[in-house]
Write a protein that binds this ligand. Structure first.
Ligand code: NAP
Length: 282
């Protein structure tokens, strides 16, 4: 089975390439090989590769920058997704698309269900929701949207790697403690996507993150504890919990974005998965 992975150099795309089952032929393309903002470029690649499945792991993911680059965020997260959805539908190709906990406003205090009301509070979330709606409108069958949260990987830029750098450089750190969600190791997410690629039937939306609950402060404390335990940090520094109001950012973020998992099969607590990622650096 041929599978086209879009967004070759991203965290999830990279983990998809690492975890691809041996009986699947994965073709990961970056922006130099496919221009998803151009329907003709999409057609050409489909003609050449004849994929049975497209996994769209590309996105405009700079949450704060999106506030001032709305057009760029919409082009990749909504317009290009519409082109992909139309092409997948026309050719009978299964489309797996990744979305975000940021489609919710964070006003709930129990985990978000797949059919809960969406109400994004920043440009990134609004553009990702537009992408979800494009898939529902243009490729309603044989497609799935997988919402995930707080993604990190040993490849690419993310909170874990930023924290490890700052913990080695600084004498102390302040980390936001009033935003609640769940970290997700992209490696497990990739394995989940491979399962969906081959499943007989699909739901329209899935929620996948690691198990448990955390604030960014909890996440940072765990990163330091595990990195210190495995010798990646020479010493520990004080980490202070602060409110979001003390760390203003261009984009507002939901204060609570925990999602009810569609399946907890084959997944583990976020701290267990964090340890696997940090240990991979040794
Ligand atoms: N990161 C998170 O915390 C998080 C949380 C929830 C949901 N998600 C979702 O998970 C998915 C994967 O995220 P990720 O963390 O793996 O993202 P990432 O590491 O930022 O990778 C995104 C990829 O998209 C590619 N891309 C951007 N614009 C493109 C274009 N015009 N044409 C082709 N490729 C383009 C980028 O290419 P270049 O490398 O060339 O720039 C990059 O490789 C996204 O849908 C994201 O919205 C992420």
């Amino acid at each position: 089975m041929n599978v086209l992975i879009i967004g070759k150099n991203g965290q999830v795309a990279w983990e998809l390439q690492q975890t691809c089952p041996s009986h699947i032929s994965a073709h990961a393309l970056g922006r130099n090989e496919i221009d998803i903002t151009d329907p003709q470029s999409i057609e050409l690649v489909i003609e050449q590769l004849k994929p049975a499945v497209i996994i769209n792991a590309s996105a405009y993911t700079a949450v704060d920058k999106a506030e001032s680059e709305q057009d760029a965020a919409y082009l990749i997260n909504a317009t290009a997704v519409e082109y992909l959805a139309k092409a997948a539908n026309q050719h009978g190709i299964r489309l797996l698309h990744i979305s975000t906990d940021f489609v919710f406003d964070g006003t709930k205090n129990t985990p978000y269900q797949v059919d809960d009301q969406t109400n994004p509070i920043n440009v990134y979330g609004t553009s990702k929701l537009a992408g979800e709606l494009a898939i529902k409108a243009h490729c309603p069958t044989n497609s799935a949207i997988v919402r995930t949260s707080w993604v990190y990987s040993s490849h690419g830029n993310n909170f874990v790697k930023t924290m490890l750098r700052l913990m080695a450089e600084k004498d102390e750190l302040n980390v936001v403690s009033d935003q609640i969600g769940c970290p997700t190791n992209a490696n497990g997410l990739a394995k989940y996507l491979w399962q969906l690629a081959e499943q007989d039937t699909l739901e329209s939306i899935y929620h996948y993150s690691d198990l448990g609950v955390a604030s960014w402060y909890d996440f940072a404390v765990a990163i330091q504890e595990i990195a210190f335990e495995y010798g990646l940090l020479a010493n520990k520094i004080p980490i202070k919990p602060i409110p979001s109001s003390d760390y203003p950012t261009p984009a507002s973020r939901p204060v609570f974005s925990l999602m009810q998992q569609s399946s907890t099969l084959n997944n583990e607590h976020w701290r267990t998965n964090l340890k696997k990622m940090i240990v991979s650096f040794i």
